[in-house]
Design a protein around this ligand. Structure first.
Ligand code: PLP
Length: 395
């Protein structure tokens, strides 16, 4: 018998993955070109060429025992130093290598920080809609995820509801901007107000509340929008970053945590995160790709390719009668389902070989997520199906 806890995880296992598997099944029946799989956030834009060059350079020029060997559990010192300097240059911060912990992607980083912070029963607040894996990550450490209901007008966080949801048990708040699944970037005004509420509540309860900024999409923004760097707005901020999307490297499993010196219990937290990395079984973030990304800190994927997809899909769907906030970043559209039951609506879309994920998977029923990190031509081929689907609902 597997453990009860694992049984529960398996039973609620990701709806997104299930849809991805369904896509493969349909492709076998109808041919891959006639199936429109918008289910998974797997980058479609190639990694920048600098990555390949950096990998070759590391392999050719660096000591193999160092490149493939164990290191400090927090990562190579020189890599962390380069990342700190790059952040300081871009965001006018003041980090050193001691503030950076290399992680196994954003997922690894979130697990490391939650393991370091949570006691059983501690509450972690997040805002719907949210990346569904937060439920599992918080549950891994017997925490309790508290979900602030969505503000479906703008998909900015509902701060009144947020304030009400903070209790003496609140240990952390996870925010994600640019957001998966809405593509919305939380405004500076939102961030300032959120920080003010947190400071007030820290005083009221006489305890620290940590803000965890999960930001794998930071670099994927459109129309030159700026994404505020949260450590500058609230002292108890920890940043979780990943190269999965910004450099299209999700399989390489590489990212980092930033734990600024201003964080209460800074030294204890850095020490805990270092040990958490080891005892969670990662031991350290993968070595070769650590060394390669350190050479590519200013490299970028071509965001214009995602932007073209965004414009094509958004403009057409709106013209067919769908409702959606235009995404400002990431590569997702979060569209109002044309009936209340988002799961049923996703099933109806599947009849047109269109695979999309019900909003319930993100704590926001009544919507569906369309991941447009796909081939432009596939979007074009899928549009008639979206149009017919809208017509079936009388649009
Ligand atoms: N956080 C968010 C909001 C995501 O969308 C994802 C992946 O899609 C992750 C974390 C996990 O990213 P990684 O592949 O870096 O672990």
């Amino acid at each position: 018998m597997i453990s009860d806890k694992m049984k529960a995880f398996v039973n609620s296992s990701s709806a997104i993955r299930a849809m991805f598997e369904e896509g493969k099944r349909l492709a076998e029946i109808y041919g891959a070109e006639n199936v429109y799989d918008f289910s998974l956030g797997n980058p479609s834009v190639e990694p920048p060429s600098e990555i390949k060059e950096a990998l070759i350079e590391v392999l050719n020029e660096e000591n193999p025992n160092m490149v493939h060997g164990y290191m400090n559990n927090s990562g190579y010192e020189d890599v962390r130093e380069k990342i700190a300097l790059s952040l300081n240059k871009r965001f006018d911060t003041n980090f050193g290598l001691e503030n950076i912990i290399m992680t196994v992607g954003a997922a690894g980083g979130l697990n490391v920080i939650l393991k370091s912070l949570l006691n059983p029963g501690d509450e972690v607040i997040t805002f719907a809609p949210f990346f569904g894996e937060y439920r599992n990550y918080v549950s891994n450490y017997d925490g309790h995820l508290v979900i602030v209901p969505p503000n479906c007008e703008t998909f900015q966080p509902d701060l009144e509801e947020f304030e009400k949801s903070i209790t003496a048990k609140t240990k952390a708040v996870i925010i994600n901007s640019p957001n998966n699944p809405t593509g919305v970037v939380y405004s500076e005004d939102t961030i300032c107000k959120l920080a003010k509420i947190l400071n007030r509540k820290q005083q009221e309860y006489n305890k620290s509340i940590y803000l965890i900024s999960d930001e794998p999409y930071r670099e994927l923004v459109y129309d030159d929008l700026e994404v505020p760097y949260l450590t500058k707005y609230y002292d108890n901020t920890i940043v979780g970053y990943s190269y999965s999307k910004s450099l299209s490297l999700p399989g390489e499993r590489i990212g980092y945590l930033v734990i600024p010196g201003e964080v209460d219990i800074y030294e204890d937290l850095v020490a805990a995160a270092n040990v958490a990395t080891r005892i969670l079984g990662f031991v350290n973030a993968p070595s070769l790709i650590q060394r390669a990304v350190a050479k590519c800190l200013e490299a970028k994927v071509d965001v214009e390719i995602y932007n073209r997809n965004r414009e094509l899909l958004y403009n057409n769907l709106v013209s067919y009668g769908y409702e959606c906030v235009k995404p400002q970043g990431a590569f997702y559209l979060f569209v109002k389902a044309l009936e209340q039951d988002d799961k049923k609506f996703a099933q109806e879309a599947k009849k047109h070989n269109i695979l999309i994920v019900p909003g319930s998977a993100f704590g926001c029923p009544g919507y569906v997520r369309i991941a447009y990190c796909v081939d432009y031509e596939m979007i074009k081929r899928a549009l008639p199906g979206f149009e017919k689907l809208a017509k079936e609902y009388g649009r």
